[in-house]
Design a protein around this ligand. Structure first.
Ligand code: AMP
Ligand code: MG
Length: 484
């Protein structure tokens, strides 16, 4: 295991050097051996829980790590804050996997930095476990995401609404560069740093740009847009609501980042919001595509200072990309929904069938995941078919006639649909129950059991049904919170 410090090498304007603040009695709570092996951690370390707890709490520093708090800005909801930054996180450096790819290793909850403002620099155990569970679930579902290597309890108390056990979560990411990092330099008129950051992102995430013709900023914007579209479409496939799609929570890599107030859609309704602070529904389930476009417009603005203000062509090219976002998104979304519905060829009336199914799901207040699971099973399972026929009526019959009139066996169609439609998602009430059990018991058993089934979300295992149940009130009173 060898650390690189490529972000540190960008220069001191990109961060503040910052040491984690040691904690009282660190204990390894959750650990992801598969990721540790991928990052080529020594076997002697993997088998030493005490040493892991010391390193992954920030009490001890890995050889070669150079901890920093990264500087960034960001639009939070729609207002711009020119100075955010890692207020409770430390980037230790990057590790290389067996394929030679770089991965950031970041501690979160590891103490205050120059960017903490009035925050304590800490993280409570509940949100740390949530990030571990949700990112692991998203990865298994096939959604681009940051990952978690570990959760370590600190043996200290953090105060939120009341006293809570504290923890440090280790995040692994293909990078932590956000739209907000670009906005930070754009707001300061620091074009030298902006150029360095742009070229760093190209080298790290989109090296193919070096081989393409055209302006590097425009090409980067185009690639970032492509990734954001793929990300939000994948979120919508599995019913994920991020909850706080601020520009400081939008990674240039196109990975899901920051699982604070996130939630999973229950009953299918496009305007579903669970976040307590999202009064206007800005980050509602069905508005996530529009917000990704808005965030990409902010990204484009932050790249503009790199170019001659008298030359309108770059601005026009970027504007065309932003304007073209909606059509690209709609194309990807439609393709994804066709997959969920089992349309393997394109037909003119497909959108009408899709709309009528979605309308029925909404009107009959049906669960999004369960309904698509049933549709998948309805191909080969008479009970599932009858259930849907009763619930959806003519819409279902129309759908069934359409999908069975394709040149594919029912088994193959089932298998294709199954790749789009999970049998299990991390349902809100199960996540909450697991967090509560872990907090109260101080043990990770409940989280481990949940993780085991979440790692196979397309397979009905013996233990899956216990986690498939829908909340009694269909999550109508469910609320999530920021500032965790
Ligand atoms: P988040 O809501 O986690 O995306 O955080 C938004 C901003 O608030 C980031 O700059 C965080 O570093 C900062 N922040 C959140 N919680 C804390 C905390 N407990 N202490 C210090 N800074 C924090
Ligand atoms: Mg954040």
């Amino acid at each position: 295991m060898q650390f690189s410090n490529t972000y540190v090498n960008l220069g001191e304007r990109f961060y503040q050097k910052s040491q984690p603040t040691p904690v009282q009695s660190p204990n390894l709570f959750l650990f992801n051996t598969a990721i540790a092996e991928r990052l080529q951690m020594q076997e002697s370390l993997l088998n030493d829980r005490d040493a892991l707890a010391q390193y992954l709490s920030g009490n001890r520093l890995f050889e070669g790590a150079a901890p920093i708090a990264c500087a960034y800005a960001g639009h939070q909801f729609s207002s711009f804050n020119p100075q955010l930054g890692d207020g409770r996180a430390h980037l230790l450096g990057e590790l290389t996997d067996r394929e030679g790819r770089l991965w950031d290793l970041q501690l979160k909850g590891s103490g205050p930095s120059a960017y903490s403002r009035s925050g304590d620099g800490r993280c409570a155990l509940g949100p740390a476990i949530r990030e571990f569970i949700m990112s692991e679930a998203m990865k298994a579902l096939g959604v681009p995401t940051t990952e978690c290597l570990a959760v370590v309890t600190s043996g200290e108390t953090v105060y939120r609404k009341g006293p809570l056990p504290g923890a440090i979560v280790t995040r692994v990411a293909s990078s932590h560069v956000r739209v907000g990092n670009f906005q930070y330099f754009a707001a300061r008129g620091d074009t030298d740093s902006l150029r360095l950051l742009r070229d760093y992102c190209i080298a790290r995430h989109f090296p193919e740009i070096d081989r393409l013709e055209g302006d590097r900023s425009v090409l980067l914007l185009d690639k970032a847009i492509e990734r954001q579209i793929e990300l939000v479409v994948q979120w919508m496939r599995v019913g994920f609501i991020h909850g706080v799609m601020n520009t400081d929570n939008t990674a240039i890599s196109g990975d899901t980042i920051d699982f604070g107030p996130c939630a999973m859609l229950g009953v299918y309704r496009a305007n579903t919001v669970y976040s307590s602070i999202d009064a206007t529904g800005r980050y509602a389930f069905g508005n996530q595509g529009n917000i990704a476009q808005w965030n990409m417009a902010r990204f484009a603005e932050s790249l503009l200072p790199l170019h001659d203000q008298n030359d309108a062509s770059i601005r026009e090219e970027m504007q065309a990309l932003i304007n073209g976002f909606a059509a690209r998104f709609s194309h990807s979304y439609t393709k994804m929904m066709a997959g969920k519905l089992g349309f393997i060829d394109y037909r003119d009336n497909d959108h009408l069938i899709a709309e009528s199914i979605m309308e029925q799901l909404s009107e009959q207040k049906m669960d999004y995941t369960d309904s698509f699971d049933l549709l998948t099973r309805a191909l080969t399972d008479e009970t599932a078919s009858e259930k849907l026929s009763t619930a959806l009526g003519a819409s279902f019959e129309q759908w069934k006639n359409r999908v069975l009139d394709q040149d594919i066996s029912r088994e193959d169609l089932y298998n294709t649909m199954r790749t789009y439609n999970p049998v299990l998602i991390p349902r809100n009430h199960h996540v909450e129950a697991v967090l509560k059990t872990c907090e109260e018991s101080g043990e990770s058993t409940a989280a481990e059991a949940f993780l085991e089934v979440l790692r196979q979300p397309y397979v009905l295992t013996e233990n899956t049904p216990a986690f498939q149940t829908v909340a009694e009130d269909y999550d109508q009173s469910y609320q999530t919170f920021c500032g965790t």
